[in-house]
Design a protein around this ligand. Structure first.
Ligand code: SER
Length: 604
């Protein structure tokens, strides 16, 4: 039995031995990147560096990064999909020594000191080439030299062997994926790595990030400084290493599922296993989001909405297996206790996590109550229709897809629940109509979110850099006005505006807003050069820089100086000169949460 903790330790040991530096596990909420709600891969916090910014910890890095992916949420409940997971990653920044990386991958996977996997059971996929990037012969040849059997090397098109961010913009490139054969029979003669039957399990992905896409729909262009980005999912790999059927059968998931099994009315069987897994998965994700440094709580937008969905879906599945939601608090404790070595923040936020879970469960219970009332209205409508039906008109006991979707969308009534109570009353639900309404809604939200991607990856455009610099100046102004205890509580930048959260005990008056604007505009008018130095943490402190001083591993940090106005530890990028900012204007000052104010501002 090898645990996730052991795997993480082996990873750290291996890459340290090979001259890589460990970097921090960052928040689940990306800084200054409007293109995604959550950190979706280990490379996410590294985007600016993959695009050419220099990283203070050097050019060879590794980490363990917490991630959330919701794209596959409907697959959660099968044997290996999780919304929250940890990803092991390592990077070469500014160079792309493919053969070196492949040899490292092979050693880590097969060496008895590390994973000790049987080379004969390893297979790999390689990019077959297209009009942008050539067929990756170097990679295939190196795998073969290492000891991968020729028949276990498969070439694939862009669809399978090209990696980039979900938004379609940012650094990207061909990749090579590594699979371990579970020993199962092939499910069909065409079964090969990438097939989801459970024979070939993907464990690692080496991405050769030699390209970047600047705007949605544009072709990839060569990056001046190519990189290598690799990622290994902790849960999946632990599952494979233990020869387990599912990642839910090992480690903390198993403990949580056993606990639920001991409390629920319906035991964990083939019929109920999906609900058990969804619960284990969604509650873990909820706990990590609630306990995050960025302190997200359930709401109807952004990350808060995803969190709400996780919790409400958990409640539904708890109902299905007859598990009292009061046990959510115990499950939270199980997870927090398990993860607190690596995530102290969870222990620190333990009470908050449990309280917010409880509040949301209660809110959902109320919404469901209203939903029942609405359901009655729908039924009454149909009955009335029957009463006043024209001659020959047949009114069936069918709840329309639209009505069912409204129950879901507005009242949080899951379709299964609607069907269940409809059946009790002798009604059916038009499931097809519901699916159509659901799809139409998904299309709409997809178009809406695609809109937010327009304008390119935040970090790469100069518009964003300017707004980022404005954020620094503004914080300096806030500190001047209200004291040094004012700190950043959150920041989000799109090409159009900045959004900044900070602690302050009152709503800013009109006068204060004007004073702050004047302060920033004054700094803009002075046309001050923005400079950057890489300093040790001690030097940074001595220079009077503020910012986050918790960088455990990197001995050097980047400090951005705006003359005497501000010096801050920060990854960048920034404007070159404050004069480039032109003119600063606050468009909104509002409450973000208790004790936290939010400013939205633009440069015009
Ligand atoms: N970014 C790549 C992935 O997520 C490798 O880390 O697979």
């Amino acid at each position: 039995m090898i645990t996730d903790k052991q795997l993480k330790a082996l990873w750290a040991d291996f890459f340290t031995k090979h001259g890589f530096k460990q970097i921090q596990n960052s928040s689940l909420i990306p800084e200054n990147d409007p293109t995604v709600l959550f950190t979706t891969a280990g490379m996410h916090p590294l985007v600016p560096y993959l695009l050419g910014e220099s990283h203070p910890a050097g050019k060879k890095l590794f980490d363990v990064q917490r991630c959330i992916r919701t794209g596959d949420i409907d697959d959660v409940g099968d044997y290996n999909h999780n919304t929250f997971f940890e990803m092991l990653g390592n990077w070469f920044l500014g160079s792309c020594p493919k053969d070196e990386m492949i040899r490292l991958s092979y050693e880590f996977l097969t060496s008895k000191d590390y994973l000790g996997l049987d080379p004969k059971r390893l297979s790999v996929t390689v990019f077959e080439g297209d009009e942008i990037a050539p067929r990756d012969e170097v990679t295939a040849k190196t795998w073969q030299e290492c000891g991968i059997l020729k028949e276990n090397i498969y070439f694939n098109s862009k669809e399978d062997n090209w990696w980039g961010l979900g938004s379609g913009i940012g650094p990207c490139g061909p990749d090579t994926e590594m699979f371990y054969d579970s020993g199962k029979e092939k499910c069909s003669p065409t079964c090969r790595p990438g097939c989801h039957c459970g024979k070939y399990n993907e464990i690692w992905n080496d991405v050769f990030m030699q390209y970047k896409v600047e705007n949605v729909g544009e072709k990839a262009k060569l990056l001046d400084n190519p990189n290598i980005d690799t990622g290994m999912g902790v849960e999946r790999t632990v599952c494979v290493l233990n020869g387990a059927k599912s990642s839910y059968d090992v480690g903390i998931f198993k403990d949580v599922i056993d606990f639920m099994d001991s409390k629920a009315e319906l035991k964990n069987t083939d019929e109920t296993v999906r609900s058990y897994r969804i619960l284990a998965d969604h509650l873990r994700s909820s706990i990590f989001i609630l306990g995050d440094e960025k302190a997200i709580t359930p709401s109807n937008i952004g990350q808060g909405y995803i969190l709400r969905r996780f919790i409400r879906r958990s409640v539904n599945h708890a109902r299905k297996i007859g598990l009292d939601t009061k046990y959510f608090a115990d499950i939270a404790d199980l997870y927090i206790n398990y993860y607190l070595d690596d995530y102290e923040i969870l222990a620190k936020n333990r009470e908050l996590i449990k309280r917010e879970l409880e509040i949301e469960v209660e809110k959902f219970a109320k919404a469901i109550e209203q939903g029942y009332k609405e359901f009655e209205k729908v039924i009454n409508g149909i009955e009335r229709h029957k009463q006043f039906a024209k001659e020959g008109e047949i009114v069936e006991n069918i709840i329309s897809g639209k009505a069912a979707f409204r129950l879901f969308d507005t009242f949080g009534f899951p379709i299964e629940l609607t069907e269940e109570i409809a059946k009790e009353r002798g009604y059916k639900v038009d499931r097809e109509g519901y699916n159509e309404a659901y799809k139409a809604h998904q299309e709409e939200s997809r178009t809406a979110s695609a809109g937010t991607f327009k304008g390119g990856l935040a970090d790469s455009s100069y518009e964003n850099a300017k707004l980022h610099t404005a954020t620094h100046i503004m914080l300096a102004g806030l500190k001047k006005m209200f004291g040094n205890q004012v700190v950043q509580k959150g920041s989000n930048i799109t090409p159009e505006r900045l959004r900044f959260d900070f602690n302050l005990d009152h709503k800013m008056t009109e006068n204060e807003i004007k004073t702050l604007e004047d302060f920033v505009n004054n700094v803009i008018e002075q046309k001050i050069d923005v400079t950057c130095e890489e300093l040790t943490l001690e030097e940074a402190k001595a220079s009077g820089a503020h910012g986050i001083f918790d960088s455990k591993y990197g001995d050097k940090v980047k400090v951005y100086f705006i003359g005497d106005v501000d010096r801050q530890i920060c990854g960048g990028p920034h404007a070159k000169n404050t004069g480039d900012l032109h003119h600063f204007k606050i468009i909104k000052e509002e409450s973000s949460s208790s004790g936290i104010r939010r400013i939205k501002a633009i440069l015009d």
